[in-house]
Write a protein that binds this ligand. Structure first.
Ligand code: SAH
Length: 403
C-alpha cells in the first residue's frame, strides 16, 4: 500500500475517534429512529432504547439486554446517555427540593421540584445564565454563558425522575408538570427547547400532557409565534408592568417588544384553541408596580386575552434594588383583578429553609461574564461587586405552579 493511502487511513481513524459520542437523551423518537436507520437497524430499536432510558432509568448500553451484543458494543463506541451531575442537593422541610447541577466543567444550572397534594412540578432551566438583564432577577446578574442542549434540558427531567422515583416504581407519575421557569429564556433557545418539549410529552419518555408543560417567557414576540408553530404547550408570560415606561425599566427586552405587540402575540398563541389561557406572571415589587391603579390597568390590559394571573411575591437577593410588597398590598391587588373576573393566584413561598432565589445557587459557582460585572458595578448600592449572587444568605424559592 502506498504511503499516501496509509496516511489517509490513519487520518480518518483519528478523525473518527475525535468525533464526540451522540448523547441519545437529546434525540426525539423520530430522530432516534433515523439514528438507528443510519446504523442499518430497524426503527423499533428507538422504542427499546427510549424505554431503557426513560422508564428503566438505565444509561449503560451493556445492560440493554434486548439489543444484540454487537449493537450494544457499537452503541458504546458512538453514543452515550449522559445526564447532568448533581453538585448540591437542598431538600426542604416542606418537600420542595432544589438542586445545583453541573452540565460541564464550567457551567452549572438549577432545578427545583415542588410536590403538592394534587400535582408535582419540576422547574427546569433552559440556558446557563440569561441575556435579558431583568432588573429584579438574580440569574440576570450572572450574565449569559451558553444555551443548554436538548439532552441537558430533558436530562434534568430524567435526573429528577430517577432521584425521586421512576413511574413504574411508584405506580404513579412523580412529575406531573414541568415548567421552564428556571434559569434562562426558553424562547431564545427554541432550537433545543422544542425537541425537549416533544420528549416531555412523548409516552415513551414522560407522557406529560401539553397543558402540564409550560414555557415561561419574558416576552420574546417572534419566539411566541414560533412556539405556536412548533408546539402546543401552555404559555406563561412574565409581564410585571402594565405600561411600557415601567416595563422598559424592569425588563429591557420590552424596548424591543413593547406591551401592545406582546399582547397581540399572546392573542395569536391561543387563537382557535378553546379553553386555553395564557398565564401572566406579575412579580410584586413594593411601591413600583403594586398600586391599585396598576391592578386596574392590568385587568384592563388582560381583557383582550383569555388569561389567568400569577402574582409572585418578589424574592429578594443581596444587592437587589427592590423589596417585596406586603401581604396586605398583594391581597388588595389580587382582589381588584379577581373582581374583573380574572382567575388570580398568589404564589405560595416554598422551600424557605433551603436556599436562594432562582439563580443564586448557580451564581456561587458560575463564572460571570464581563457584561454582568458591569451590570453589578452600575446597579449595586455603593458600586461593590462582592455582595452579588455569590452570597449564601437564605432566601426562598417560589412555587412555580401555573396550571
Ligand atoms: N425567562 C423566563 C423564565 C425564567 S424566570 C421568563 O422571564 O419568564 C421565571 C419567573 O421568575 C419569571 O416570571 C421571572 O420574572 C420570575 N423572577 C425572576 N426573578 C425573580 C425574583 N427575584 N422574585 C420573584 N420572581 C422572579
Amino acid at each position: 500500500m502506498p504511503v499516501k493511502d496509509v496516511t489517509v487511513e490513519m487520518m480518518s481513524a483519528d478523525a473518527m475517534s475525535a468525533q464526540p459520542r451522540v448523547n441519545l437523551l437529546g434525540l426525539t423518537r423520530q430522530q432516534l429512529e433515523s439514528f438507528f436507520a443510519g446504523m442499518g437497524e430497524k426503527p423499533f430499536r428507538a422504542t427499546q432504547v427510549m424505554k431503557w432510558i426513560f422508564q428503566e432509568g438505565i444509561d449503560d448500553f451493556a445492560a440493554m439486554t434486548n439489543l444484540s451484543k454487537a449493537l450494544r458494543e457499537r452503541l458504546q463506541e458512538v453514543a452515550e446517555i449522559r445526564l447532568p451531575e448533581v453538585m448540591q442537593d437542598h431538600p426542604s422541610a416542606d418537600g420542595t427540593r432544589k438542586w445545583l447541577l453541573k452540565v460541564d466543567a464550567h457551567n452549572h444550572i438549577e432545578m427545583v421540584y415542588i410536590p403538592e397534594t394534587d400535582r408535582s412540578t419540576l422547574c427546569v432551566s433552559s440556558q446557563v445564565g440569561c441575556t435579558l438583564a431583568c432588573r429584579f432577577c438574580s440569574t440576570a446578574r450572572q450574565g449569559f454563558n451558553r444555551n443548554l442542549t436538548t439532552a441537558e434540558i430533558i436530562g434534568q427531567v430524567a435526573l429528577a425522575a430517577r432521584i425521586i422515583g421512576l413511574p413504574e416504581n411508584k405506580g404513579e407519575r412523580v412529575i406531573t408538570n414541568v415548567v421552564l421557569m428556571g434559569m434562562g429564556e426558553p424562547l431564545l433557545n427554541l432550537e433545543h427547547v422544542a425537541p425537549a418539549l416533544e420528549l416531555m410529552q412523548d409516552d415513551l419518555a414522560f407522557g406529560i400532557s401539553k397543558r402540564r408543560v409550560t414555557v415561561s417567557t419574558a416576552g420574546v414576540v417572534p419566539g411566541i409565534d414560533r412556539l405556536c408553530e412548533l408546539s402546543d404547550v401552555s404559555l406563561a408570560v412574565s409581564l410585571h408592568a402594565t405600561d411600557d415606561a415601567l416595563r422598559d425599566q424592569l425588563m429591557p427586552l420590552n424596548t424591543k417588544y413593547p406591551i401592545k405587540e406582546l399582547m397581540a402575540a399572546c392573542q395569536r398563541y391561543v387563537a382557535g384553541k378553546p379553553h386555553r389561557r395564557v398565564t401572566f406572571e406579575y412579580v410584586m415589587l413594593a411601591g413600583v408596580n403594586d398600586s391599585l391603579a396598576q391592578a386596574r390597568q392590568l385587568a384592563r390590559l388582560l381583557r383582550t386575552v383569555p388569561a389567568k394571573v400569577n402574582l409572585i411575591p418578589f424574592n429578594p437577593f443581596p444587592g437587589a434594588p427592590y423589596a417585596c410588597s406586603s401581604p396586605a398590598v398583594i391581597n388588595a391587588f389580587r382582589e381588584v383583578i379577581m373582581q374583573a373576573g380574572i382567575m388570580t393566584v398568589t404564589r405560595k413561598t416554598r422551600g424557605e429553609d433551603i436556599a436562594a432565589a432562582c439563580g443564586q445557587l448557580a451564581g456561587q459557582v458560575t463564572d460571570r461574564t464581563r457584561r454582568s460585572e458591569r451590570f453589578l458595578l452600575q446597579d449595586l448600592p455603593g458600586g461593590g461587586s462582592g455582595a452579588s449572587s455569590g452570597s449564601r444568605a437564605a432566601h426562598t424559592i417560589k412555587e412555580h405552579v401555573t396550571q
